[in-house]
Design a protein around this ligand. Structure first.
Ligand code: DAK
Length: 260
């Protein structure tokens, strides 16, 4: 498979995936989305990878949105295909059994902000900027912005950001809960990798099941969500990693998780 719009590297237990169209501020066209889909196939089937750092090439943008040049002349049918492809990939990222950290150097606009929100955790550089400017282009957010933004920052703030198309700086994004952490641009990738490695050093099944419990639980009532939590908690006791984690604690020694 030839990859040119998305780069993929493996570093120990983590994968670094870089959207690589810096001349177009890493805007997502269909070719890029397809390459990302192919990379997710590889990562999904690699049991040695526990966490993914997703970033954008260059220091100007994470992703400046869906590719407006490609999108402007789409027919309704092509628009529908583009939407199905994008939503499929974003949902895949959201539910993949690995932790996904977005490392955001600069602009995360429209589909770029939506891509970051499909990740589990967002680390932004001090220069990052976020927004859903779609209404200014005469469209609604189309890759989950109307759904994930209110879940992250609350309905009122999401409505304000979407209706005004206002771009917010990293500090405001942090204050409203859109990003987890702000770091200097030059430390961005190292900080994201450090967090990914910290996560990758924990019990892998416990991380996978926690992610599933949070994702599922956010979509249903509290009683159903707590039942699901009880189920995944029980499932942990069928893993070797639970035995190892607790035995190592009792024996006061370092633990060695084997992901089983
Ligand atoms: N698409 C294509 N090219 C883009 C782009 C984009 N989103 N953003 C930037 N570029 C290109 C510029 O055209 C320019 O190309 P050249 O002229 O050099 O060839 C190059 O990147 C550098 O950009 P600028 O010269 O504009 O750089 P500035 O620093 O002056 O400005 C900017 C940076 C980020 C403020 C500006 O580029 C900008 O406003 N970009 C557009 C941001 C935006 O509106 N993003 C939202 C796009 S709409 C759907 C699902 C999802 C979506 C749509 C449909 N379906 C369900 C079907 C999502 C929609 C969006 O994301």
């Amino acid at each position: 498979m030839e990859l040119k719009n998305v780069l993929f590297e493996k570093e120990g237990k983590i994968a670094i995936v870089t959207i690589n169209r810096p001349k177009a501020l890493n805007a997502l066209n269909s070719e890029t989305l397809k390459e990302l889909d192919n990379i997710l196939d590889i990562i999904e089937n690699d049991d040695e990878i526990y966490a993914i750092v997703l970033t954008g090439a260059g220091d100007k943008a994470f992703v400046a949105g869906a590719d407006i040049t490609e999108m402007k002349d789409l027919s309704a049918l092509e628009g529908r295909r583009f939407s199905i492809l994008g939503n499929k990939i974003f949902r895949r990222l959201e539910n993949i059994e690995k932790v996904v950290i977005a490392a955001i150097p600069g602009f995360a606009l429209g589909g770029g902000c939506e891509l970051s929100m499909a990740c589990d955790i967002r680390i932004a550089s001090e220069k990052a900027k976020f927004g859903q400017p779609e209404v200014g282009l005469g469209i609604t957010p189309g890759f989950g912005g109307t759904q994930r933004l209110p879940r992250l920052v609350g309905e009122g703030r999401a409505k304000e950001l979407i209706f005004t198309a206002r771009i917010v700086k990293a500090e405001e994004a942090y204050n409203i809960g859109l990003v987890n952490k702000i770091v200097p641009l030059e430390n961005l990738i190292d900080e994201a990798k450090a967090m990914a490695n910290l996560i990758a050093s924990q019990g892998p099944a416990a991380i996978r099941l926690s992610k599933a419990a949070i994702n599922r639980g956010m979509q249903c009532d509290i009683d159903t969500a707590l039942m699901y939590e009880a189920e995944v908690f029980g499932e942990c006791f069928s893993t070797e990693d639970q035995k190892e984690g607790m035995t190592a604690f009792v024996e006061k020694r370092d633990k060695t998780f084997k992901n089983n």
